[in-house]
Design a protein around this ligand. Structure first.
Ligand SMILES: Cc1ncc(C[n+]2csc(CCOP(=O)(O)OP(=O)(O)O)c2C)c(N)n1
Length: 641
């Protein structure tokens, strides 16, 4: 039974404990994290690796006054347990429960709501600059993983912090891993740095040498030579950071609480930018996660006793969109040597890991550098290759300028596999991919498509690879529907929609994963005597103009449905087209995500709350044709005109 953790309701309670008690508390925290994540899913390995670091930070600082910014924030569970959220910790990542990331609406200890990598140094520097301007005296700490340190934004932050010389402490939490192994030259550099003597050992050595130093004579010279060598050896590791204007401390064992506390208390006194290099192990304290940190980076339900993942009844016929896309890409790469696959630190999440094994020379993991991924892809395309970048919708946001400058403007034939498009579920608002249509649609020359099922996804990939134009294919974090709704082999042209069901009263234009929803709703509506046509739009750009205008002419109402923000989305595109063509836009009802951030929770639940499920769509149509129905929990309709 935990003894210490139940008594911790705030960091003050933590600071009342003796340092010798903290390893025990770390143990109890680990057990709590493992128990909750085993049920609720979550970022297990990163959190287990950061327990001592979080404890030591809260022991040495008062983050009600001082500021603590976790990069990404996926490693913040200990921080949550220590900052008054222990009793709600069992609700982690559940709808209406605690977020899996720092959340500024949840606690004054969370200065930012985060989830994207590489942001902490900039935010922390901004806080420090603000403090300097407002005359506040407090410490600002950014904790950044070695993966996130490789992000362009981290470098930009370091670059300016070293120049401005404001008081910030950057804690580099180096566990050699991002989700997979960290890649790149920085990673190689850190490997070399880690092999230097630990900072604490080095300090002992200096102490010892100083005690040996006689007042004069040959032995003093020898001792001083030793001292110089030791200093050189210890300083060399952080040389890169020193050159950038930081004082470097480390490497420090990130699981040794007394050493962490001693070092933090020391660096706390330092003026100017400081980088403390802490070496940790991902998955520490739970063998299955320690042995396989990639698998347990974002863990599904598992058995606490042995880490065995508890999958929902595996159905051999079911596959995710991600899997279909990555397998199709590998298939096509076997016969087309121009295909190069690119990921930004997500080989597993995007399903490209297998591609990398089969075609190591045509696979590039660029690290957490989405902007660079697109620039690189543009270069490859310009040299005659067919680059395919598989990237989550939410992370592609970071590369908007490259979409414009490197891809759209140059007309480079890059293919984007926009994974996790739509509501992603438990990860919440920082990860929902609900803006991609909007930020891609206005870029000239881009082709945007979304498949209704696995077979169509394959065809779209083929179409994209054959096209000269840059193409983006969006698909959700979901399994492909078990049944295809039409003959899979039927080829189609860019911009060609597909009528799946005819119906004379209303026409539903559904985009991507919403086609299944529309088909389900039409079935229900038919039971109520309402004939709704279902059109699989396939393309948000170019739109099937003829099909859309025909619907406006011949139906009482036209409905669009998408798993995306209403502003700038597929429905907006239809509205613009109809308006430009002089159609009666009062007939149009757009269903999608309203102008708000959607919280975390199961994808199916979130869709239901937004009325983006068959029942919700059915009710929306019923309201339109004059049979009133209750509005969805979170009204997601917008009538144009
Ligand atoms: C911009 C962006 N790209 C990708 C991700 C997905 N992602 C979440 S955590 C992570 C790895 C972070 O590695 P590191 O900073 O070393 O932290 P660790 O998990 O090793 O503790 C990645 C790639 C993200 N959150 N943000």
């Amino acid at each position: 039974m935990p003894e210490l953790l139940p008594k911790i309701n705030s960091p003050e309670d933590l600071r009342r404990l003796q340092i010798v008690e903290l390893p025990r508390l770390a143990d109890e925290i680990r057990r709590e994290i493992i128990a909750v994540v085993s049920r609720n899913h979550g970022h297990l390995a990163s959190n287990l690796g950061a327990v001592e670091l979080a404890l030591a930070l809260h022991y040495c600082f008062d983050f009600l006054k001082d500021r603590l910014v976790w990069d990404v924030g996926h490693q913040c569970y200990t921080h949550k347990l220590l900052t008054g959220r222990r009793e709600r910790f069992h609700t982690l990542r559940q709808h209406d429960g605690l977020s899996g990331f720092p959340d500024r609406t949840e606690s004054p200890y969370d200065p930012f709501t985060t989830g994207h990598a590489g942001t902490a140094i900039s935010s922390a520097l901004g806080l420090a600059c603000g403090d300097a301007l407002t005359g506040q005296s407090r410490k600002v700490v950014a904790v950044v993983g070695d993966g996130a340190m490789g992000a362009g934004m981290s470098f930009e932050g370091l670059n300016q912090a070293g120049h401005l010389r404001k008081n910030i402490l950057v804690v580099l939490n180096d566990n050699r891993m991002a989700i997979s192994c960290t890649v790149g030259a920085l990673s190689n550099y850190l490997t070399a740095v880690r092999s230097a003597p630990l900072y604490s050992d080095f300090k002992k050595e200096i102490h010892h040498l100083l005690n040996m130093v006689p007042v004069f004579g040959r032995r003093m010279e020898e001792a001083l030579e030793h001292l110089k060598a030791a200093v050189k050896k210890s300083m060399a590791p952080g040389q890169m950071f020193e050159e950038l204007g930081f004082r470097y401390f480390g490497p420090v064992d990130g699981h040794d609480i007394p050493v962490l506390i001693e070092t933090l208390n020391e660096v706390k006194r330092a003026e100017g930018p400081v980088l403390l290099h802490v070496v940790t192990e991902k998955g520490k304290g739970f063998l299955p996660a320690w042995q396989n940190p990639t698998r347990f980076h974002s863990a599904k339900s598992f058995q606490v006793e042995n880490g065995q993942v508890i999958e929902a009844e595996e159905d051999p016929g079911v596959s995710s969109y991600t899997k279909v896309a990555s397998m199709a890409l590998a298939d096509m790469a076997r016969s087309d040597r121009r295909i190069v696959a690119i990921t930004a630190a997500m080989p597993d999440g995007t399903g490209l890991a297998a591609f990398g094994k089969e075609f190591p020379d045509r696979f590039l993991d660029v690290g957490i550098c989405e902007q660079h991924a697109l620039g690189l892809a543009a270069g490859l395309a310009a040299s005659g290759m067919k680059p395919v970048v598989a990237v989550y919708s939410t992370f592609l946001q970071r590369a908007y300028d490259q979409l414009f400058h490197e891809i759209s403007l140059q007309k480079t034939g890059v293919v984007l596999l926009v994974d996790r498009a739509g509501l992603v579920g438990d990860d919440g608002p920082t990860h929902h991919g609900v803006f991609d249509i909007a930020y891609l649609r206005h870029l000239p020359g881009l082709v945007l498509m979304a498949p209704k099922d696995g077979a169509e996804l394959r065809q779209m990939l083929r179409l994209a690879l054959a096209s000269e134009a840059p193409c983006a294919i969006r698909y959700p974090r979901a399994n492909v529907p078990m049944l295809t709704l039409s003959e899979p082999a039927a080829a189609f042209r860019i911009g060609e929609a597909e009528t799946l069901r005819t119906g004379l009263e209303v026409a539903i234009f559904a985009y991507g994963a919403m086609v299944q929803v529309a088909a389900g709703a039409a079935e229900r509506l038919a039971g109520q005597g309402i004939e709704a046509a279902v059109i699989n739009a396939r393309f948000a750009k170019p739109l099937d103009k003829a099909a859309i205008l025909d619907a406006f002419t011949t139906r009482r109402a036209v409905i669009t449905i998408e798993d995306h923000s209403l502003a700038g989305g597929f429905g907006s595109a239809v509205l613009e087209l109809a308006s430009d063509a002089g159609a009666d836009t009062r007939k149009l009802v757009r269903l999608g995500i309203p102008d708000q951030f959607v919280e975390h929770g199961a994808r199916s639940l979130l869709l239901r709350n937004l009325g983006l499920d068959p029942e919700g769509l059915q009710a929306a149509v019923m309201r339109l044709v004059g049979q009133p129905q209750p509005a969805p929990k979170c009204l997601a309709t917008a009538t144009a005109g």
